[in-house]
Design a protein around this ligand. Structure first.
Ligand SMILES: [Zn+2]
Length: 122
């Protein structure tokens, strides 16, 4: 077993603590399960040589955060929709292309966004 520190957005950290309490397990157990799910997804889809098709959903405080990363990965984005709900901005991307590039797009987006979700379709 290895130990290392990670930084999480406050609401995500609270959610991890809440799930750990509800399930009666440690915070580490919840994080390990979440990482295992990501690793499985990564190995299946977010790798070089796999042409992936999927949808990305992100929640941001504004459009500025998304604009730069969208420009950088525009070749991957087949469709894009943006909705303002009060102070929140929700972006929906349909992405298609090399899985590794989609992974880079996701990681770049999640550094700027409060929440980012990816659902692979193929
Ligand atoms: Zn895929």
């Amino acid at each position: 077993m290895r130990r290392f520190g990670v930084s999480l957005p406050d609401d995500l950290a609270r959610a991890v603590d809440s799930i750990a309490e509800e399930l009666g397990v440690t915070r580490s157990a919840v994080v390990a399960q979440a990482v295992a799910s990501f690793v499985q997804e990564y190995r299946g889809h977010l790798k070089s040589g796999h042409i992936c098709l999927g949808a990305v959903l992100s929640l941001t405080e504004g459009m500025e955060a998304v604009g730069e990363i969208m420009e950088k990965y525009r070749d991957l984005i087949a469709n894009y929709s943006h909705i303002h709900l009060g102070e929140k901005c929700i972006s929906v991307f349909v992405v298609q292309g090399d899985g590794q590039k989609i992974g880079e797009f996701l990681m770049g987006l999640s550094e700027k966004a409060a929440k980012t979700f990816f659902t692979p379709i193929e």
